[in-house]
Design a protein around this ligand. Structure first.
Ligand code: PMP
Length: 454
């Protein structure tokens, strides 16, 4: 197969140059400037179309330009966009009520924020305020955001923490082994292991924390760290560990809710009720409305200490609240979680076919409409192959597939409104991309700005 490349128009190439000069940001190679989105499709400035298999930044459950959301945005833009955080608005109240109605237990009070990082920091503040303890214990390979306090809980490798030094808060411990069965941290096999990784983690907590543990924080599935889907007993047992240590369990649902995994909240796959749930990305509909949900008891107890309730300049603005509320209503009305489960099964089966056929696909992991290929040097060694993964991502882009690839993990995260026919087409194109990558295309690979991104 010949090398296939993207040919950019002069206008497009000029925009790429100007972007490079004046905007500081990560850019995959080849760099593309998009000008529109429609449903599951992105359109670049030359008019070329691509499948958006990242749902924006994992935000657009309903895809681009959903007509009902467009209507809400227009109406709200005319009516009320922004207000002081010292006051409320009906859309915010209704969104909070709707979120509460979808959550188990007594998780009914929302502290809104603008980013997922901020939501996790608010959750940390709540835990500090309630327990009077200081240590934050997190799971290795977890990601909780980029502001400095949550960066200290983030352990996905790469260069993101290099030179940050003591700017990251010291009172924390990345002490929990990931429940990563494909590359088991304690070198055992599930289920005979009886989740030994968690037993070893507790031992580690004993030694590396001050024993004043305020919270254990985890993603329901550790997405950026390798799409690690814990076995059924792991999360309930983690909750018990938290209880034994007098700590709260914070579950970060930024990547998963609403509906992506086949349940509205990813943690509903597990028999557990967290003390605090944080939401971001997917729940935001791309409008920067995130938050931490907890019980009235925790909210009340934390109130007045540690900066709770937290209110930034934009948290709880009427425009993002109205759009996010509308999106969640549509996800519930159209049973999109169920749809994600059904379509996810189809996608998974098609990806398993690629897994069987190509040695470079070491494993397929994920749930529902969030799946990932673990790209390896060989099936035997299971050694990560980020260069091959980046080659596949590059070729996939040329085939019209926008995918996210970090290290050797190639993720597929389409809007929940995608059809089975589209998924079939996507996997067909992905197979071509894999074949070209195995043949060594592209020969020149830009890795500094793409695959090494952490
Ligand atoms: N939690 C998780 C699980 C995430 O993946 C991310 C973002 N990648 C964040 C939190 C941080 O969200 P934000 O970028 O909105 O701060």
């Amino acid at each position: 197969m010949d090398e296939k490349t993207l040919r950019l128009s002069n206008t497009h190439a000029d925009l790429v140059d100007r972007d490079r000069k004046h905007v500081l940001g990560w850019r995959y190679s080849p760099s593309i400037v998009f000008r529109a989105g429609k449903g599951v499709t992105l359109i670049d400035v030359d008019g070329n179309e691509y499948y958006d298999l990242t749902s924006g930044m994992m935000c657009l459950a309903l895809g681009h330009g959903h007509p009902e959301l467009v209507e809400t945005i227009k109406e709200q833009a005319e009516l009320f966009v922004h207000e002081s955080s010292w006051y409320s608005n009906p859309w915010l109240i209704e969104f909070a009520e709707l979120l509460a109605s979808t959550l188990p237990g007594n998780l009914s009070v929302v502290n809104f924020t603008v980013t997922g990082s901020e939501a996790n920091e608010v959750a940390m503040r709540m835990a500090l305020g309630v327990t009077g303890a200081y240590d934050m214990v997190s799971v290795v390979r977890g990601l909780h955001g980029g502001s400095l306090a949550v960066e200290s809980l983030t352990t996905v490798g790469g260069a993101r923490r290099r030179h940050l030094g003591p700017l990251m808060i010291p009172s924390r411990a990345n002490a929990i082994f990931p429940p990563f069965c494909y590359r088991c941290p304690v070198n055992l096999e599930y289920p005979q292991c009886d989740v030994a990784c968690l037993r070893s983690s507790e031992e580690l907590m004993e030694y590396v924390t001050s024993k004043n543990v305020a919270a254990i924080i985890t993603e329901t599935m550790l997405v950026a760290g390798g799409m690690i889907v814990p076995p059924p007993e792991w999360l309930p047992r983690l909750k018990r560990v938290a209880e034994d240590w007098g700590a709260l369990l914070i579950v970060d649902e930024a990547q998963l809710a609403p509906g992506r995994t086949g349940k509205l909240w990813g943690f509903e796959h597990y028999d557990v009720v967290p003390d605090i749930v944080t939401f971001a990305k997917g729940m935001s509909a791309g409008f920067s409305i995130c938050g931490a949900v907890t019980t009235p008891e925790i909210a009340e107890h934390a109130k007045g200490t540690v900066g709770i309730p937290w209110a930034g300049t934009y948290s709880g603005d009427p425009l993002p609240a109205a759009v996010a509320k509308k999106q969640l209503e549509i996800v519930l009305r159209d049973n999109l979680a169920q749809q994600a489960e059904r379509l996810g099964e189809f996608l998974r089966n098609r990806l398993e076919e690629l897994h069987k056929k190509y040695e470079v696909i070491g494993d397929v992991r994920g749930k529902g409409l969030y799946q990932m290929l673990d790209v390896v040097k060989s099936r035997e060694s299971r050694a990560p192959d980020p260069v091959m993964a980046e080659r596949i991502r590059h070729n996939a882009l040329v085939e019209g597939l926008v995918l996210i690839c970090v290290k050797n993990y190639l993720r597929i995260c389409p809007p929940l409104i995608i059809t089975q026919g589209d998924l079939d087409e996507v996997v067909g194109r992905l197979e071509l991309a894999i074949q070209r990558a195995i043949e060594g295309h592209p020969e020149q690979l830009e890795l500094t700005e793409s695959g090494s991104l952490a």
